[in-house]
Design a protein around this ligand. Sequence first.
Ligand code: MG
Ligand code: MG
Ligand code: MG
Length: 308
Amino acid sequence: MENEVLIFGHKNPDTDSICSSLVKEILNKKQGCKNCKAFRLGEINKETKYALDYLGLKAPELIESVEEGQEVIMVDHNEFNQSVQGIENAKILEVVDHHRISNFETSEPLYYTAKPFGCTSTILYEEFVEKNIEIEKTEAVLMASAIISDTLLLKSPTTTEHDIKALNELAKIAGIDIQKYGLDLLKAGTDLDDFSEEQLINLDAKSLDKNGVKFVIAQVNTVSIDDVLKRQEKLENAINNTIKEKGLSLFVLAITDILNSNSEIIALGEKANVIEKAFGKKLENNRVFLEGVVSRKKQLLPPIDKNI
Ligand code: MG
Ligand code: MG
Ligand code: MG
């Protein structure tokens, strides 16, 4: 791996993290960077698998840690606690991301593209267009899938005009019907039956840190919140174990109804009451229903972070 530039998204990778890594590899190769290679920092989820299977692509190789001085490109994240082990001592050449910037620093100059769009792939799409680089079907499907996933088919409040335009253009190249392909993709990710409760709370969990106060916001997509709540007791056991193991002050699990765009929250930990302050609603049975809330980045994290 010495001469390779490793490209990867965050741990507990979602569709954007995987697809944008693959697209960034394609984009860089089209510009002559032959030694760039996409990797993943964890198991791919069923939604992402649907997109890769659609294209007949294999998942990128798994990587667990990097050596000191390893050249890397980070996509879809910047916080070190969401990144690969050893990132502090890697040589970060570039970041392409659409999240807040936190717990991040480098000792050397770098390329950093941050745009408050709904998806990293939208930023990459615009890079293709600006540089007049041809977008072929593979990268079109990958980017379209990432945008559909991150914006919940353009329904999330994180959606911008940029995402709408990108998805419409990409769908033409990809030859997909956005609604049909999009719902199939999202639904593939809601099949939670074969996951244990431990796996379920880690499928899409983000570790966060505010001045040493550690907390996690995890999210699962579903077409039936009630179905997931049937497992509440076991989910709470798994969450409480994680709280103990990781020394967390708060664990929030958002169970998000992708069809109706609402979320039920389960909150546990010594700072569970932060949820009551953040949303002005009482927790009952460790739960609260948040109407119209689907975005961790825009609707969950800011009020929680402010009150923790
Ligand atoms: Mg992501
Ligand atoms: Mg993303
Ligand atoms: Mg997400």
